[in-house]
Design a protein around this ligand. Structure first.
Ligand SMILES: *Cc1c(COP(=O)(O)O)cnc(C)c1O
Length: 718
């Protein structure tokens, strides 16, 4: 064998390493790792949702061995694997220093959905994305953390449209073999199987482990031969089916999650319920204590000392409520173990216990059985205290024990590849020693780094503007590609010049999120004539890119989408307004990076936090939003644009009218003039000044690096 070629042992090590890497989602936030998988099969990477595990199936073992004989490639693989090992084994993290107790007894974080990456589509929206970002940052800062959720084998729906532009849903089957998940096995290598009682039935489940850097997230799966089909289908779809399915899913999540942790020998020091869906975990904790001889009161009191709860929405429909009949039916067996009568059980989920007609509310149970609770922004904290005041008779609103921790995003995970590289090169300019990739990622969350963006000697207007142009072009080319694919299905032969759709110089406004009606996606088109004039302005063109899914049962949301698609096809806005189908993490990343302006116009105060706007700032995309959720805290008058002020009318019609007026006024009087005010060199100096302000004030604040540390200090370790 010549010296130039790898030995069999070396080759085997690299191949084992690549397989291990593919089954840890760390690669989804490491640029070099992604590039390796992409390079192995560029077309596969594009077609298979950027899925490293699928790429290793696509490329034969023989090909992999041959390709690794490319020395430069093998060297890059070696470097990535070495960085990965260093990451996994780092023993001087923030968590080691500030929350060492959690390393042995972790936080168990329960969430009905986790949004990690487009290759694992098991989230419905922002709640899941937040949970995924929480897990990634828990890993980055070195917190002891174990997540619990369900393995939905058909995930969340895929979106398409019929001839009437009406959203239709279809589901694809997720094959665990092709995903970054591993079966959860016992010491003998057998699948770990646990059981929960639902109604009079024993429902069995196994689990899949998602490796999120250093942290495991366990996905429970009821698709087992012992179970009747209807129980196997409990883990078919995210929030699938009626309230019976819903409550059964929640028993599996809450009760089953605790049982799995016990089976794995994990002894959490705190149970964190991300939204009320998981609140049945408190009943299982109480049941355990009663099995040890405690009475129910003592058991619940002790449970309460172990649990914390985060509420996520002021929208009524977001709080699960179950009827007495349903509760009695599905908790029949469990209830006897708790030695509770039905009214006593119901009381745990009632604001006014003893009322016959009040249903059982998961949020109420979560609040009653937690030592601490919080909303997800300052305003949402206030709104939640008001909303649940009835549970605390005699307390003033400000005494209701619900605090707040404002949400964030996992910054390096959301940064588009070229942007991450750009910031890294900037970081290396200012540091004395050469920083490795991991140190760069850490520094990227520091306020000191972002504070430097205000210095034009550190980064020039021209550089920032060049970055903006590059990102806008990437988005527009991405959109053209997607629209071509959508169009082939819909236009049936009509010729559309897809390469001329959208204008690469125009002020590009993006709106993408769930099409829940309170988010009012079509609000901007209420002043249609005015907006049409703005869009048609040849000298100062403006264009819109929309995306988002409506819940399968939300016909009003579907009408919103249909309306926008109709405008995009049949009105003067054609060519200046597009709707991208099948919004997911990948589409989100393209949009938040490529747009110049990120529009958000929820009906205040219903947007508890919102996170998509946070993903925009590090890319130089400016927020243009109602002062609701996080933006009410983020906006300082210089770092983006506000629609309206810090108040809202009580009357909904009045609010919609006022907001649409304010939106139009700010757009035409502030946003457009600022974007098109170019100096002699063609540079929009004031616009770039706002970008600098956004970067230095928003990026270091609204990220999950800060957020998980806040949870750790405020709630996990006290
Ligand atoms: C960030 C994100 C969301 C949340 O968006 P909001 O504007 O906060 O509602 C929803 N879905 C996806 C795919 C996201 O990436």
């Amino acid at each position: 064998m010549s010296r130039a070629s790898l030995t069999t042992v070396e080759l085997t090590e690299l191949i084992i390493g690549l397989h291990r890497l593919a089954r840890n989602l760390w690669w989804t936030w490491n640029q070099e790792a992604q590039e390796i998988f992409q390079e192995l099969s560029p077309r596969g990477w594009q077609n298979l949702h950027h899925n490293a595990v699928a790429i290793l199936h696509e490329v034969s073992d023989y090909e992999l061995r041959v390709r690794l004989q490319d020395r430069e490639f093998a060297q890059r693989v070696r470097e990535v694997l070495s960085t990965f090992e260093i990451y996994l084994n780092d023993s001087i993290t923030w968590g080691h220093q500030n929350a060492p107790g959690l390393l042995k007894n972790p936080v168990a974080y329960f969430s009905a959905e986790f949004g990690f990456h487009e290759s694992l589509p098991i989230a419905a929206g922002g709640l899941g994305i937040l949970a995924g970002d929480h897990a990634k940052s828990a890993s980055d800062v070195g917190l002891g953390f174990a997540g619990i959720s369900l393995f939905y084998r058909e995930g969340y729906f895929q979106q398409t449209f019929n001839q009437d532009n009406w959203q239709t849903e279809y589901y694809t089957h997720l094959n665990p073999k092709n995903l970054a998940v591993e079966p959860v096995l016992d010491a003998k290598g057998e699948q770990v199987v646990c059981m929960v009682e639902i109604a009079m039935t024993e429902v069995y489940f196994h689990a899949w482990r998602v490796n999120v850097g250093r942290c495991p997230v366990y996905l429970l799966d009821a698709n087992r031969p012992e179970n009747e089909q209807r129980y196997r289908d409990l883990t078919l779809r995210v929030y699938g089916g009626d309230s019976t399915t819903r409550i059964m899913q929640e028993i599996l999540l809450g009760v089953g999650g605790v049982r799995l942790l016990r089976a794995l020998g994990i002894a959490p020091s705190v149970f964190h319920m991300n939204e009320g869906h998981a609140a049945f975990l408190t009943l299982e904790l109480a049941r355990e204590k009663m099995a040890d001889g405690k009475n129910f009161q003592a058991a619940i009191a002790e449970t309460k000392s172990q649990c914390i709860f985060t509420t996520h929405t002021p929208v009524e429909a977001g709080h699960d409520r179950f009827s007495r009949d349903l509760m009695s039916y599905v908790l029949m067996k469990f209830q006897t173990e708790l030695k509770l009568t039905l009214p006593e059980l119901m009381a745990l989920g009632q604001v006014s216990p003893g009322t016959d007609h009040e249903p059982f509310c998961m949020t109420v149970l979560a609040l009653k059985a937690s030592r601490a609770a919080n909303g997800v922004s300052e305003l949402h904290g206030q709104v939640s205290r008001h909303m649940w005041q009835g549970m605390y008779p005699g307390k003033r609103t400000d005494e209701v024990p619900i605090g707040h921790i404002t949400n964030g995003i996992h910054l390096v995970g959301w940064m588009k590849g070229p942007v991450r590289r750009f910031w890294r090169s900037k970081l290396s300019q200012i540091s004395n020693e050469k920083l490795n990739v991991l140190e760069c990622d850490r520094e990227m969350n520091s306020p000191e780094f972002w504070a430097r963006i205000s210095d034009p000697n550190f980064i020039s207007d021209e550089e920032l503007w060049a970055m903006r142009y590059k990102l806008r072009r990437e988005l527009i080319e991405f959109s053209r590609r997607r629209l071509l694919l959508q169009g082939e299905r819909l236009t049936r032969g009509d010729f559309i010049a897809f390469d001329q759709l959208l204008n690469t110089d125009a002020l590009t406004i993006g709106f993408a999120r769930r099409f829940a009606t309170y988010k009012r996606a079509p609000l901007i088109f209420q002043q249609f004539e005015n907006i049409a004039k703005v869009v048609m302005d040849k000298h100062r063109p403006v264009q819109f890119i929309f995306a988002g899914k409506a819940h399968p049962k939300d016909d009003d949301g579907k009408r919103f989408i249909q309306h926008i698609i109709h405008l995009s096809k049949f009105s003067e806005l054609k060519g200046h307004l597009v709707f991208i189908e099948n919004y997911d993490v990948h589409v989100a990343r393209q949009l938040v990076s490529g747009c110049d302006v990120w529009l958000n116009n929820p009906r205040r105060p219903l947007e508890a936090s919102g996170t998509s706007g946070m993903k925009a700032s590090c890319h130089g995309c400016l927020n243009f939003s109602i002062l609701d959720g996080w933006w009410r805290e983020g906006y300082d008058g210089t770092n983006g644009f506000a629609i309206g002020d810090d108040s809202h009318p009580d009357n909904i019609e009045e609010q919609d009218r006022l907001d649409s007026e304010n939106l139009y006024r700010t757009l035409t009087q502030e946003v457009i003039p600022c974007f098109y005010a170019r100096d002699a060199h063609g540079i929009p100096r004031q616009w770039i000044q706002r970008i600098r302000r956004a970067m230095s004030t928003l990026v270091p604040q609204f990220n999950t690096w800060r957020m998980v540390q806040e949870y750790a200090k405020k709630y996990y370790t006290s």
